[in-house]
Design a protein around this ligand. Structure first.
Ligand code: HEM
Length: 402
């Protein structure tokens, strides 16, 4: 239990730390990785370079600190992060290390303003916040191990099939090397792949959504080859595409994530942009099996990078509607009967396309701009926030406790 003085000190210093946020987190990560280079086996190096993850962790600590006297209010957000931590293999013993360097960074940046009283208060507050995460994560490790076919650490899977789905997306069908059953999952969840690349001193971990229906003898991930002139090539995605073939083994952690198709019977609309199709396809397959009224909308650049066209079209179900939007369709795309809209998904088109039944739930996933446009359009069409479920790939931009 934190004292009233400690709580008051924390609340009054959160704004100060937020002002120096970037500087503190830069210093923090610098010291963390210098003193514990082994943690570079867990953190995503690309996210570190872009600074996005740095802000996510720092913002989360400050957001939690604002609620230091009622930490149960941040539990829903803690759970979301804890899924990711569990999937990555973050353990209780890592928390004091992060705490130590966060405190040192605060001290280094605030200098004389970081009085002993302030530092003591932050040490206590960090401890309290860390305990909330540790408790939730311990529970998740236990649940992952105890479910049928489940496991709590790493498990080896062999690539049983590898199939190209578009010019940029390839699917990997993964079966457990031990031949035992594998855990079911909720459509929308992801697994972490831990990759050892020859001549690279670090392990690289990435999360990939499971793109097929649950309860198969395999997990399927569908990976986009990240090659974009404006960014460094994706280390893991390129390696998977170019070097991981049938018969190779990969180490993976059990399914995780709190973005999934809720088990209800309401109609659903599934909207995806680009490789955001992967969790949506799994949801689509589950919803068809459940005989739910489903509208599937997919947006991509054009037909050549549009994955799973046939797989979705072949789900010929009376309660399924399927619409496609291409930003820059080719001549060939114009002759394709599955293509409906040129440009971007917008309010007008959604309003013409959707029947907007009041109890419908909307799930969407894709690049940030796509997500923003979809959310804005749905709000304008009168869809309530609690009918929307979404996830974009990459680190969370900010942690907003509910
Ligand atoms: C991701 C918060 C402790 C390792 C994240 C994210 C948040 C966060 C908000 C982003 C989640 C997302 O992208 O969906 C926190 C808080 C912590 C804490 C508040 C302490 C109370 C730790 C510890 C470790 C760790 C102790 C392990 C050393 C990671 C990693 C990621 C992550 C590896 C993903 C990073 C990436 O992919 O770039 N954390 N975290 N975190 N966290 Fe933590």
């Amino acid at each position: 239990m934190l004292s009233t003085t400690t709580i008051a000190t924390i609340k009054s210093t959160v704004p100060v730390l937020q002002v120096h946020g970037t500087e503190i987190t830069k210093r923090f990560y610098n010291m963390l990785f210098t003193n514990h280079p082994e943690l570079l086996n867990i953190f995503n190096h690309a996210n570190q370079k872009q600074g996005s993850q740095q802000e996510a962790l720092a913002n989360a600590v400050y957001a939690a600190a604002k609620h230091i006297d009622q930490l149960e209010a941040i539990l829903p957000v803690v759970k979301q992060v804890a899924h990711k931590h569990r999937s990555l293999g973050v353990k209780p013993e890592h928390y004091p290390i992060v705490g130590e360097y966060l405190l040192k960074a605060i001290k280094d940046v605030l200098k004389d303003d970081a009085t002993d009283e302030i530092l003591q208060a932050w040490e206590e507050a960090y401890g309290a916040i860390a305990n909330v995460f540790i408790e939730v994560e311990n529970q998740m490790y236990e649940e992952a191990a105890k479910q049928p076919g489940g496991w709590d650490e790493d498990r080896h899977f062999v690539v049983d099939r590898k199939e190209q789905e578009s010019e940029v997306i390839t699917s990997f069908y993964l079966k457990p090397v031990d031949g035992n059953p594998i855990a079911s999952f909720k459509s929308g969840q992801y697994i972490s792949v831990k990759l050892e690349i020859p001549d690279d001193e670090f392990t690289h971990i990435r999360q990939y959504s499971l793109s097929d229906a649950p309860d198969q003898s395999y997990y399927r991930i569908s990976v986009k080859k990240e090659k974009n002139p404006s960014k460094p090539d994706g280390i893991v995605s390129n390696y998977l595409h170019d070097h991981v073939n049938i018969g190779e083994t990969l180490s993976i952690t059990a399914p995780a994530g709190d973005f999934y198709l809720e088990d209800e019977s309401t109609p659903i609309v599934l909207l995806s942009g680009g490789v955001g199709i992967t969790p949506m396809l799994s949801m689509l397959k589950s919803s068809v099996l459940q005989d739910r009224k489903t509208t599937f909308i997919h947006a991509s650049l054009n037909g050549s990078v549009h994955a799973f066209q046939e797989e979705v079209s072949s789900l010929n179900h009376p309660s399924l509607e399927y619409f496609v939007c291409y930003e820059s369709p080719t001549q060939e795309d114009h002759n394709n009967r599955i293509f409906h809209k040129e440009g971007f998904v917008d309010r007008e088109w959604l309003s013409d396309t959707l029947s907007l039944e009041p109890n419908t739930h909307y799930y969407f996933c894709g690049p940030l701009l796509f997500m923003k446009a979809v959310k804005e359009a749905l709000l304008e069409l009168g869809v309530e926030e609690n009918q929307m479920h979404y996830e974009f790939f990459g680190p969370a931009v900010a942690l907003q406790p509910s």
